[in-house]
Design a protein around this ligand. Structure first.
Ligand SMILES: O=C(O)CCC(=O)C(=O)O
Ligand SMILES: [Fe+2]
Length: 489
């Protein structure tokens, strides 16, 4: 232990001198970063010695935000007024939750010789991903940071207060009818660790959703008709989501063009899952949403009401040796999946291996999950240690995910596997050579009491993400389109 401490101290004194040079001109006097896999403690020790009045957690947070670079973190801290009245220092110290994130992206990261500055969000736009480190969670609060480091847009205070509260009251009443769905985990049948119901527009759609659309290999029994509140809010969600998508295409995608397979059409929600998390322990494990009816690169508008909870996201990393678990729709085995298959490794193990980002979702916030989210990232609602009760909902959080099912992926059109089940759509992610390719697969292995027939077929789509069918379709008739929530009143 002593040896470890003194080893750190030796490095610290060496860096102390250079840090001051760094504050003058970082690019010409770089601080040599401690390198190696397990050097985070050393980096933190360096920063602690340079900034002894800052908390270790705060320094860790800044280090993570600087992609692990002591040099950038030091510059960030010293480029502000170096006295204790520095606004950055004040924010860091006063935030016990290591937040300090009024906006990371507004902080200067480095200075060029010509005096030009690079901010964290500039570095994102140059497609330099923010690296979250082993076992760490980077907490993001501000819309700028969320837009810069995740494929999401957040809009706080989305609805007028009265409308948000009224919708919460309406849905808390609806939640009495919600249920836990079951899924198969190895040889066990497990129940979801929160309750939910699917909402659709019309009685005919209710019929279709309980007898044609399959979720996790079974028909959903818990389907309800959209309430007046869900419908009227859907109009505002539709408008805000379309605006956010246009801005995201413009700002985040190469050449400002939509992704291949992303729909070019206006996003028009025609189904919604409403989830209820009753108390801090209720959660949903890491998963990506089932693409079977949404198609490639779907957009999801997710409205949070009631208790604030953490929405955690992490990238799907290529991992050659275990491709099955690397499909989108793959979910965590400790917490229940919403709609999809089960991940082979626990969320804790995966998150430990690569780090994760936590987006805080307060009451009345709209989160837009953009087109790359389901294929390239996984998301979860983490169990909480503690929560702050909400004046209307107590310990409960209500979440609405508005979705747009594609007419062209109606279950009457999608392939059946050899065992007669509806095949499900997945996107391969982990093997380099197949990354990004879509496939139709048997889901029966995950249905209680059924075994997979191992059906597999590559899925073909046009540039706009509508299917090009290669199989002989079950039905040649045109399937009915689901009605847009706002249009169907
Ligand atoms: O509760 C949330 O915010 C997320 C829910 C979710 O991921 C889902 O319904 O698929
Ligand atoms: Fe989800």
């Amino acid at each position: 232990m002593d040896a470890f401490v003194s080893r750190k101290r030796r490095r610290l004194s060496q860096h102390r001198v250079e840090a001051h040079a760094a504050s003058v001109e970082v690019s010409s006097t770089p601080i040599p970063d401690a390198s190696g896999e397990d050097s985070t403690d050393i980096k933190i020790a360096i920063l602690l010695s340079l900034f002894p009045d800052l908390k270790q957690e705060s320094l860790l947070d800044i280090l993570v935000s600087c992609e692990g670079s002591v040099e950038a973190a030091t510059f960030l801290l010293t480029s502000q007024d170096s006295s204790s009245s520095s606004p950055l220092k004040k924010r860091v110290i006063s935030n016990p939750a290591l937040g300090a994130q009024t906006s990371l992206s507004s902080h200067v990261l480095s200075k060029g010789k010509d005096g030009s500055v690079t901010t964290l969000s500039d570095s994102f736009l140059r497609r330099k991903p923010l690296s979250t480190k082993k076992g760490q969670t980077l907490h993001l609060y501000s819309p700028e940071d969320i837009a810069a480091y995740t494929p999401c847009t957040i809009i706080h205070n989305f609805l007028p207060t009265e409308q948000a509260n009224a919708l919460l009251v309406e849905l808390l009443d609806e939640a009495k009818h919600f249920s836990r769905y079951e899924f198969q985990l190895f040889n066990r049948t497990v129940q979801s660790p929160h309750t939910a119901s699917l909402y659709v527009s019309t009685p005919e759609e209710y019929q279709q959703h309980t007898s044609e659309y399959k979720y996790g290999g079974t028909y959903r029994s818990n389907v309800r008709q959209a309430t007046p509140g869900l419908r009227s809010v859907s109009r505002k969600v539709q408008k805000a989501v379309n605006e956010a998508v246009q801005a995201h295409i413009r700002d985040a995608y190469p050449d400002g063009k939509k992704l291949k397979y992303q729909s070019p059409k206006e996003w028009r929600p025609n189904a919604a899952f409403v989830n209820c998390y009753d108390g801090p322990a209720e959660n949903v494990g890491y998963h990506s949403d089932d693409l079977t009816y949404l198609g490639p690169h779907p957009i999801i508008g997710s409205l949070s009401l009631g208790v604030e909870r953490e929405f955690r996201v992490r990238r799907v990393l290529p991992r050659d040796e275990d491709d099955d678990a690397g499909q989108t729709g793959a979910e965590d085995k400790q917490s229940a999946p919403a709609k999809g298959t089960n991940d082979r490794k626990s969320s804790t193990a995966r998150a430990d291996a690569q780090g994760q980002i936590s987006i805080h979702l307060p009451h009345n916030s709209l989160l837009v999950m953009h087109a790359e989210m389901q294929e390239e990232w996984k998301h979860s609602i983490a169990p909480a240690q503690t929560i702050s009760p909400h004046p209307i909902s107590g310990n409960r959080r209500i979440n609405i995910t508005y979705r747009w099912y594609r007419d062209t992926l109606h279950p009457r059109y999608t392939p059946r596997c050899l065992c007669g089940e509806h095949a499900v759509l997945r996107c391969a992610q982990r093997k380099q050579e197949t990354r990004g390719r879509y496939m139709w697969m048997c889901y029966a292995g995950y249905v209680p009491g059924k075994e997979s027939c191992s059906f597999f077929q590559w899925a073909e789509f046009d540039d706009d993400g509508d299917p090009v069918w290669t199989h002989k379709r079950q039905e040649e008739e045109v399937a009915p389109a689901l009605a847009n929530f706002s249009a169907s009143q």
